[in-house]
Write a protein that binds this ligand. Sequence first.
Ligand SMILES: [Zn+2]
Length: 470
Amino acid sequence: MASELTIKLHNTLTRTKEVFAPLDAKNVRMYVCGPTVYDFAHIGNARPAIVFDVLFRLLRHAYGADHVTYARNLTDVDDKINARAARDFPGLPLNEAIRRVTEKTAAQYQKDTIALGCLEPNVQPRATDHIEGMQTLITKLIASQHAYEAAGVGEVLFDVGSMPDYGKLSGRDLDNNLAGARVEVDAHKKNPADFVLWKASTPEEPGWDSPWGRGRPGWHIECSAMSERYLGQVFDIHGGGLDLIFPHHENEIAQSRCAHGTHAMANVWMHNGFLQVEGQKMSKSLGNFYSIHQLLETEDFGGRQWPGEVLRLGLLMTHYREPIDFTVKRLEEAETKLRDWQRAASAAKGTGTPDASVIEALSDDLSFHRASVAIDVIARKANRGVETAVECLAATLDFFGFSKDSLLADTGDVDAARIDALVNERLEAFKAKDFAKADAIRAALLTEGIQLMDGKNEAGERVTKWEIKR
Ligand SMILES: [Zn+2]
């Protein structure tokens, strides 16, 4: 099935926005680098999960849900994991401690991404289940003289000098790497930019037998092996954060292309921008480092918990390629926006389909801004009581992973009739130009947690809605 929708995506490899043409419209294939499971995912990790989830949804819409394969890996062998395991479980054998760290972290990541409204990828491979595939790739690279065993250090290294166009994705050439690099001169490397495919493990460290001795893979080879296993030697889209372009993605490309003798690893490379918190780079030492779990379950950020859907919308409100400043104000805006949409959609019976102009807006390199302007248009129609608009709005929200009513407070023990009466009294006060009284009523209701929102109806008269804050 070919798509009738024209999807344009910005390709880091060509630095242009291109019309997306899958290799096989019956099986559109996307790989996204997932987390290294040594610690709870932070809000910066949430961004690629959400951005590529939206792309996954768009591709499923365009090509059919059964015609898209999305793989997102878990890196569960890494020196950061070893260090964390040794720190957190000093009494346990390292392999047992590692298992505890990775299982707990991977399970939490799963919970976090679901809370953020992300669909589960079709496959979520773990590196440790694919060691054999990595060894096969390394063997091929050695045989084709793109890799070599460094004598005496138990390492297999990729020989960057063997690949004439190494550095194309990041726009670095080898001379630049050499000139600007902080690379110490490693006597065992042919070129300082050569990177590790396999390294020796001490008896305590996790390791697998191999033709090069007991050891473990380098990080980059993991993604080359897992993407090949599930998506083939060449596939459509490879995504991740901007920080992965170099060296991680550059080296994935080098390994995969040289091992398979292909012109490309993936045709389109997409990268989401950085995230700051309240205007500053997120770091543990600045105390502005927030895990997704913390935002969802604690009151550490802005003194309250945040629903996953609000975090999701907050992150989508900036174009995925732009840097985001993640702030309390942004989340409050997202919450107000989502609540407005939900208020207009909540009566839907579930008979609608997503709005075509919203999908079209999103097809322009995932322009969520344009899409949200189009959603506002439908919401206005829905607010005027147009039933098809109510249905369409609910289906459109569902398309994006938003519920039609999750933020609408249960009125519970609130006396709605009394509040309605006060709201009417206030409207009368406005008519009588008694603004002091109108303000007093607003203030009194606010102390009860009731927020008033003034607007105008089609006749130009003041109308006031109210909602329960939190
Ligand atoms: Zn990767």
